[in-house]
Design a protein around this ligand. Structure first.
Ligand code: 5GP
Ligand code: ZN
Length: 123
């Protein structure tokens, strides 16, 4: 998509702080972080919103989600312990879709936000 900033980032026409990349996916730091760690996980292929995904996008979506534990570990925001009972660390995963979902950039992305509280956005 000619005027899509995330396509331009994926094509390296615009700079970004890239933390992971393969043939299908790119992960870079959000320019206005809402938390100590704030990454954006995007498909390189232009998909406008999660609403435009179909059954045959399941592998791509799964690959994006399955990257999160590894990214979280690299960023030091992983959930500590076995996840049962008291633990430390952790993160939030958000996908905004469409105007009512408060999506600003119409190229599918997963927000990965984590790190010690407080965050800029307290929610
Ligand atoms: P949305 O509201 O669409 O879910 O989130 C878009 C996100 O993209 C926002 O958190 C915003 O800060 C981030 N963003 C917008 N433009 C750029 C950019 O040019 N570079 C980077 N790294 N992030 C951007
Ligand atoms: Zn795009």
């Amino acid at each position: 998509m000619a005027d899509c900033i995330f396509c331009k980032i994926a094509n390296k026409e615009l700079p970004s702080t890239t933390v992971y990349e393969n043939d299908r996916i790119m992960v870079f730091r959000d320019i206005h972080p809402a938390a100590p760690t704030h990454l954006l996980i995007i498909p390189k292929r232009h998909i406008p919103t999660l609403s435009h995904c179909q059954a045959d996008d399941a592998a791509l979506l799964g690959e994006m989600m399955a990257l999160i534990p590894e990214l979280a570990k690299k960023e030091g925001i992983q959930v500590e312990g076995d996840g049962n009972g008291a633990s430390k660390g952790g993160f939030r995963v958000v996908v905004n879709a469409g105007p009512d979902g408060r999506q600003d950039v119409y190229h599918l992305h997963i927000h990965l936000m984590g790190g010690p509280r407080p965050w800029k956005n307290q929610n």
